[in-house]
Design a protein around this ligand. Sequence first.
Ligand SMILES: [Zn+2]
Length: 530
Amino acid sequence: MKRKFISILLAFILITSLLSACSPAPVSEGIPTPDPVSTPAPTPLPEDTGQSDEKPPVSGSLTIIHMNDTHGRTQAEPYISQLAKDIRADGGNVLVLDAGDRLHGQTPTNLTEGETMVQVMNAVGYSAMVTGNHEYNFGLSRLRELSVMMDFPLLAANVRYNGDYIFERYTIFNMDDLKVGVFGLATPETPTSSDPRNMGGLVFENPVEIAAEIVELMKERNCDIIIALAHLGDDNSTAENNRSDALAAVDGIDVVIDGHSHTLLESGKVIGNTLIAQTGNHAWNIGIVEINVENGVKTKSAHLIEVPGADDETELIADSAVVAVIAEGEARVESITSVIIGTTPVDLNGEREFVRTGETNLANLVTDSMIFATGADISFIGGGSIRTSLSAGDITMGDVLTVLPFSNLIVTLEMTGSDVLEILEHGVSEYPEPAGLFIQIAGVHFVFDPDAEPGQRVVDVTMADGTAFDINRSYIVATVEFIAAGGDGYTMMQRGVDLVFYGGDAEAFVEYLQTNPTITAEPEGRVTKH
Ligand SMILES: [Zn+2]
């Protein structure tokens, strides 16, 4: 009777997963249609399982290899693959987890809308991933196509689309005697930290409440280890009740594998009974969490393994099969990216801590290219739009796509001078904190007082040509579509009228470089502290 029940159950699961694997991915360009089979049906419990407290205490061990916020970088992947293989060869249990913000950010994955990265992850043998805010950059339809290509579940327990959960909420691994539950939590900040136009119909629920619900379910299923795979982060840029630290209040979460805040935790941090681990960003470190269970009693530890640079000596071994998959992805786009489109006599500064706190020469060039492309009076972007620096020398198409990876269209809007003033105020509202919304601008110069209250900091504005700035006049303002839609908190943009779409930001930058503009080594005083 019991066997029969289990075989029916297995057949049910098999059919469900086949249906889900075979269902065509939504490909419409517009609003994605809900996929009726993408939410895993709750697996019924076998009748004889009884209460969880009847399960005898187990012993065993598990190694988690984890990454977060790689933003398209792949240099750690061959080592991760080999580490996992070696652990398995020694008879160990291993899970390879990614805490999000991976499918977008570098040229191969950008130009293939995530596909080359999924191929790399499949080659490594990832066990699960959670959606980061940047996973939504290509739109929800594309993300769901990518999730079908993945040989592992893309998890998000707290994301609904038109009312339905649209990603797998959790998954359970049976590893020797250990039952390991992993569930995904996406940041409720996603709607403001990704293109707002991709967010229609999406709701991101409170992670703590959802965690409590899923943990209860996992306890009912006798999970021995419960892991939250979270893209929440632990810094001040996230509301306190949405941070990973808040998950420690949910009794039963053993480990939180976190991302989003780019926090480097050398040996994790422990809050109550929960170990929280995060590796920093950009694939500089591989995260390792070891969990040992002795008769039901758990011990946990975390550490990081530094990823060697191309010329560094290392004891780590690269899996050549993964190296080959990465090379294939790069070759696929090389014909596009190797074209030289200009040269620069000086280094162009796009470093995160600079573009998010002040004017830089690279940011000036980018905003100049937007005026060049549109003829607008003023152009601006958030420093967070600029993703890397350029060294003096040749600039290739690939370089430009690494600086401006978001494939954003440029738009113009007609706005009043007083709205422009509000833009400037918002652009320095977080200073001195590094902020993606920090304004990079062309067409006006302004002075701000960082000691004044946010919202009242701008003390002097002049047009770049020396004429007076007039709050009663109307101006044509160019920005990227992401900001025009109210992204990064620039909600005043929605008061703009006469929206006009232009080409892509990277495209405009390329055209501008090809006209041989003079590149100034130093910032010009467009944004100055009082
Ligand atoms: Zn993120």
